[in-house]
Design a protein around this ligand. Structure first.
Ligand code: ZN
Length: 189
């Protein structure tokens, strides 16, 4: 979050991006966080948190859609090397969420493998429909973050780590307009 403040203000440090750092982490890594974010070209985690080499595991899928391979990748750090933080990061004007919303609302499946993303986002769609609100796509994007973070927090592999205070699973939301990351749920106390 300190890095995101620098991103918002433009006062960037670009830490740990030089040959010394490359050599330091070449043999082993110890990232402090695992981030699941969207494929959107405007939401690269390393830039918007002003981090460098070896700081983050990064998983990116359309609309932060998950399936077994993605979930396994998110779990890798926390389960094998005590990574203490998972962040599910959604964002403003998410094209994947908007496309899934329209597909489900109009009952028009998307072509090919895109439909797998629609299916993965269906619970968020249903929650957005229940919640209502003026901007259903925005509501759905936030619901997707909260549901995905809650699922990770309570799954059988990660729940024990969360329970003993060794892992926090945070849901967060990125504003394209301001560059600011807002924590929605699960901030460690
Ligand atoms: Zn997106």
């Amino acid at each position: 979050m300190e890095g995101n403040k620098r991103w918002v203000s433009g006062d960037l440090q670009h830490p740990d991006r030089d040959p010394n750092r490359r050599q330091l982490v070449a043999q082993q890594q110890e990232p402090f966080g695992a981030i699941l974010s969207c494929i959107d070209s405007r939401v690269p985690p390393e830039l918007l948190f002003d981090t460098g080499l070896g700081a983050l595991y990064v998983m990116r899928t359309g609309g932060e859609a998950v399936g077994p391979v993605v979930t396994g990748s998110v779990e890798y750090g926390p389960m094998t090397s005590d990574t203490p933080l998972i962040v599910v990061l959604g964002h403003q004007r998410c094209g994947a969420v908007e496309a899934a919303y329209k597909s489900l609302r109009d009952d028009k499946p998307l072509p090919g493998n895109l439909q797998a993303i629609v299916k993965a986002l269906q619970p968020a769609y249903e929650q957005a429909v229940r919640e209502g609100g003026g901007d259903p796509v925005e509501t759905m994007a936030r619901a997707q973050v909260k549901l995905t973070a809650a699922d990770l927090r309570s799954n059988q592999d990660l729940a024990p780590l969360v329970g003993k205070g060794a892992l926090a699973v945070v849901g967060a939301y990125y504003s394209l307009d301001t560059g600011k990351v807002e924590v929605l749920a699960g901030a460690p106390s």
